[in-house]
Design a protein around this ligand. Structure first.
Ligand SMILES: Nc1ncnc2c1ncn2[C@@H]1O[C@H](COP(=O)(O)OP(=O)(O)OP(=O)(O)O)[C@@H](O)[C@H]1O
Ligand SMILES: [Mg+2]
Length: 273
């Protein structure tokens, strides 16, 4: 490479880092036997944002997540993370880059204590999990780190509690703590408040807001109160395609969005306002 070339290379890289997009999809498409579940989606997630993906049932939100985390290969289109084309990468590579999808609750061990669960997450991160029996000391070195994570999600007082005894909302908080242990730059949350009562919804909403500091969050969420209170930007999917985009004010007034919700979850968009 000539000197000008080198300069251009770094200049372009610098420009890219300054453009605030952490995640971008270009014409992302997923077909299942001819059925188009995700159709030509161009997602642009800005660094530092809480970005919500909403849409009626079957809109393609979870499929989109599965494409982003490489659980599924796209039929066509590309995915860029921090300017790198990650379309062909494997789930483990994506995770190493810092794209972490929050575990399902079932991935938390119910018979272990809260602290033990977070510690196991940290061990996994350090690739120690297959020889953890070697040294007890090695285990306890991770305790401080685990406690820090528990403090971040307000679970420190429950550290010795058996996980299955935790109320539902607290289990979600634990799940978020184990996810944070994997040092996410971009956290993907699929319906984090699903199945919760009011109190837990509020707690988890505030928790998401809190842990979003210094990170980026992409979340699928049906609860419009949650969306209106914490989402910086919203992408509305319907039948696999992007229907609208913007902040809550913009999106909730969009006639196409209201129509897409009619008959399926009418009134949901009224949210908190
Ligand atoms: N593995 C698959 N094979 C065939 N069709 C699928 C598959 N996965 C999803 N689909 C279909 O793709 C469409 C989008 O599904 P997806 O689960 O992504 O929707 P969603 O927006 O997450 O819906 P919900 O709000 O109900 O969770 C649906 O019609 C679904 O039936
Ligand atoms: Mg879904």
């Amino acid at each position: 490479m000539g000197l000008t070339c080198v300069f251009n290379h770094y200049f372009l890289k610098l420009m890219h880092n300054m453009s605030d997009l952490i995640l971008e999809t270009k014409n992302l498409t997923k077909e299942f036997l001819g059925f188009v579940a995700v159709n030509d989606v161009n997602l642009q997630v800005q660094r530092g944002h809480i970005h919500a993906l909403i849409g009626p049932n079957g809109a393609g939100k979870t499929t989109c997540f599965n494409l982003l985390t490489k659980f599924l290969p796209p039929t066509s289109g590309n995915i860029f993370f921090n300017g790198n084309n990650i379309t062909a990468e494997k789930p483990a590579q994506i995770a190493r880059r810092g794209i972490i999808r929050s575990f399902q609750i079932s991935a938390v061990f119910p018979d272990l204590t809260v602290l033990e669960n977070v510690r196991i997450g940290l061990q996994r991160q350090q690739n120690n999990s297959f020889h953890f029996w070697k040294s007890n000391q090695c285990l306890h070195e991770l305790d401080d780190q685990a406690r820090e994570l528990l403090a971040e999600v307000d679970l420190l007082e429950f550290e010795n509690e058996i996980t299955s005894n935790l109320p539902y909302g607290r289990k979600r908080a634990l799940e978020i703590a184990t996810t944070l242990g994997m040092k996410p730059e971009l956290m993907l949350l699929d319906e984090p408040t699903q199945g919760m009562g009011h109190e837990d919804v509020d707690r988890v909403t505030q928790l998401i807001k809190k842990v979003s500091a210094g990170r980026t969050i992409l979340m699928v969420e049906h609860n419009m109160n949650v969306i209106s209170s914490i989402a910086d930007k919203i992408t509305v999917l319907a039948r696999g395609a992007t229907l609208a985009e913007g902040n809550y004010q913009e999106v909730s007034r969009n006639p196409a969005v209201m129509e897409a919700y009619m008959g399926t979850s009418q009134g949901e968009l009224e949210g908190a306002h």
